[in-house]
Design a protein around this ligand. Structure first.
Ligand SMILES: N[C@@H](CCC(=O)N[C@@H](CS)C(=O)NCC(=O)O)C(=O)O
Length: 238
């Protein structure tokens, strides 16, 4: 029956990094929330007593007694099990894992722009701090992360692992670019000419034949109030 994927319903969130890999590789999985049992079921499942409890979603139930959490760790596991989505040799596997961890750092920073003070507070209660945080994110951190991936692609070619085929981390970079374009459309448009390789990778992933069904389907959720959020006051040209 394949894997059970647990994540919050209604938002792509970190679950999307896992979903994209499963979908592009044609790996069977069951979505346990949103289109399935709902968030209440997730809360209940998280509270379940098990030897390897996840701290937070996303997590993948592989079988009874084998639950994998932490997005980059899930992808590392999938890459081991499904050879088409990650390099085969040890150095290559750790290279894409390292890039995935860097992407997850970037994602966490993107989230903290709209929640710089506390995850348990509303955005409206931390708006001045968010505006301040957004300035530094737009002017320094966005170009720094984009520049890093641009440099990697300049050395490796079309895909982050090198070679002629995508790996799961290319799918994740695609999704980060999508999220950032949603959250910071003005800034991303200004930066675009300096990051042509990253944007070319984004377009290549978007055009992958193995992703077309998924990208056009209702399974692909729109951005809203998840990790990547669009608040016009947090965006800007510089
Ligand atoms: N480092 C973890 C972060 C997991 C995480 O923060 N999950 C969010 C949803 S995207 C969550 O539900 N967090 C609950 C919490 O931190 O209390 C990963 O990459 O999977």
């Amino acid at each position: 029956m394949g894997y059970d994927l647990w994540y919050w319903s209604g938002i792509p969130g970190r679950g999307e990094f896992v979903r994209l890999a499963l979908e592009a590789a044609g790996i069977p999985y069951r979505e346990k929330t949103g289109r399935g049992d709902g968030d209440a079921a997730l809360v209940k499942d998280l509270a379940k007593s098990r030897p390897d409890p996840p701290f937070a979603p996303p997590y993948l139930v592989v079988e009874e007694g084998l639950v994998i959490s932490q997005t980059a760790n899930i992808l590392l596991y999938l890459g081991e099990k499904h050879p088409r989505i990650a390099p085969r040799e040890l150095a290559g596997r750790h290279w894409v894992h390292q890039l995935q961890l860097t992407l997850m750092d970037w994602v966490a920073e993107s989230h903290d722009v709209h929640h710089p003070v506390g995850m348990d507070l509303y955005y409206e209660d931390q708006k001045p701090e968010a505006c301040r945080r957004a300035e530094g994110f737009r002017s320094k951190r966005l170009p720094k992360f984009l520049g890093y991936f641009e440099r990697v692609l300049a050395q490796r070619g079309d895909w982050l692992a090198g070679g002629k085929r995508w790996s799961y981390v290319d799918l994740s970079l695609f999704h980060v670019v999508e999220g950032l374009r949603f959250a910071f459309p003005r800034r991303m448009a200004i930066l675009a000419p300096d990051f042509r390789r990253v944007l070319a990778l984004h377009d290549s992933v978007q055009a992958l034949p193995e992703l077309q069904d998924y990208l056009a389907s209702e399974r692909r959720l729109a951005f809203s109030d998840g990790l990547f959020r669009h608040y016009p006051e947090l965006d800007g040209e510089d």
